[in-house]
Write a protein that binds this ligand. Structure first.
Ligand code: SF4
Length: 364
């Protein structure tokens, strides 16, 4: 198949749904890790097509949502410094931190600009040599190589007023942390497609090997996801958990080696703080020694103060797959996309916003 409508072909979809119904005999829980998959599943009504035996849970794969308030507070504190331009992806703007947001900081006079890539931030730095330009680096392995490239570009061009606040997170370590928490018993995981395009499928091998849990790397079209569920059910029913790729057009087992090398040249692995989970060893990326001078956290003196969570918000347990947005008393009342209380109502890939946009009755 070459074209997007082929991945939405109804006849093929029906065949896959029939095969899933035919194969699935025992109750199982599957988690889609990635927020992009959550959106696709809801948008195309896939949960309703699956048999009662399959329960789908959403995981922590929304980069904005998993950013801890203490880290958001650092970004907001940086925005309040004089002669600073904050550059960020759009989703970050409205996420409430402990006491404010980047949007509020902008309204109060801070120079906060939305960019579509880290390279745009480098251009802003080049055009504003008398200002410090800080890029808020969030995201998983998908975005980290592009931010590494921006740092190398700034170095090569001698741009000395460009900085990155590196809040990047790594997927396999947080999957392990969630499984070790043991709050949710999973039978299978739909592994993230975009992240896997970079890291490949090998890093998930510990999941079937150590935890006996099935894994399938999926694309984002309805047939991709149905095929992934089909393969997961097959692994579970035959008791042969392994890592499969159901997204061959985007993912190679070995990943994208040039992108991995780029990341490796600029970043080193460190502990990261995850919303709802806390500090997880070896689950984040910070700038390595060679690129220290681009590190915003080390280059500016800020004191964001103690962080706090929004009262009544259960984003943390939603991100761990323990709760759904429907369990939150604020959902659709005090918390809506227009007036979000927590990050899961802000981002386009976030669970609460997805439930809100595509109908809360779609899969609670
Ligand atoms: Fe947090 Fe709002 Fe989601 Fe409730 S509905 S968990 S307050 S983001």
């Amino acid at each position: 198949m070459k074209f997007i409508d082929e991945y939405r072909n109804q006849e093929l979809g029906k065949k896959l749904v029939d095969r899933i119904h035919h194969q699935s005999t025992k109750p199982i829980k599957l988690m889609e890790f990635c927020g992009g998959h959550t959106v696709a599943i809801f948008k195309h009504g896939l949960r309703q097509l699956l048999p009662q035996t399959i329960k789908m849970l959403s995981g922590p794969g929304c980069p904005v949502c998993v950013t801890a308030n203490s880290d958001l507070d650092k970004a907001i504190a940086l925005a309040h410094l004089p002669n600073v331009i904050i550059t960020t992806f759009g989703d970050m703007l409205r996420v409430p931190g402990s006491y404010s947001s980047l949007q509020l900081a902008k309204a109060e006079g801070s120079d906060v600009r939305v960019v579509y890539s880290a390279q745009d931030a480098v251009f802003i730095a080049r055009d504003n040599p008398d200002k410090s330009v800080i890029f808020i680096g969030i995201g998983f392995e998908t975005t980290a190589p592009t931010i590494a490239a921006s740092i190398q570009q700034a170095e090569q061009e001698g741009i000395d007023n460009y900085y990155v606040l590196s809040l990047h997170k790594l997927c396999p370590p947080i999957m392990k942390a969630l499984l070790d928490l043991g709050e949710v018993r999973l039978d299978g995981i739909i592994c993230p497609g975009h992240v896997s395009a970079i890291i490949g499928s090998h890093p998930y091998k510990f999941i079937p090997d150590d935890y006996g849990i099935a894994c399938v790397v999926s694309g984002f079209e309805p047939l991709d996801i149905l095929l992934s569920v089909d393969r997961l059910v097959n692994q579970i029913e035959t008791e042969q958990p392994k890592v499969e790729i159901a997204y061959r057009r985007g993912v190679k087992p070995e990943g994208n080696q040039p992108a991995l090398k780029l990341m490796d040249n600029v970043f080193e692995i460190c502990e990261a703080n995850w919303r709802g989970i806390g500090p997880v060893p070896l689950s984040g990326l910070r700038l390595n020694q060679k690129y220290q001078r681009f590190d915003a956290e080390n280059s500016f003196d800020i004191d964001p103060g103690p962080s706090r969570e929004p009262e009544g918000c259960i984003c943390g347990s939603i991100l761990r797959g323990v709760s759904t947005p429907l369990d939150c008393k604020l959902f659709g009342k005090a918390c809506t996309p227009v007036c979000p209380v927590g990050p899961c109502m802000v981002s386009s890939e976030a669970s609460c916003a997805t439930y809100y946009h595509y109908g809360a009755d779609y899969g609670g």
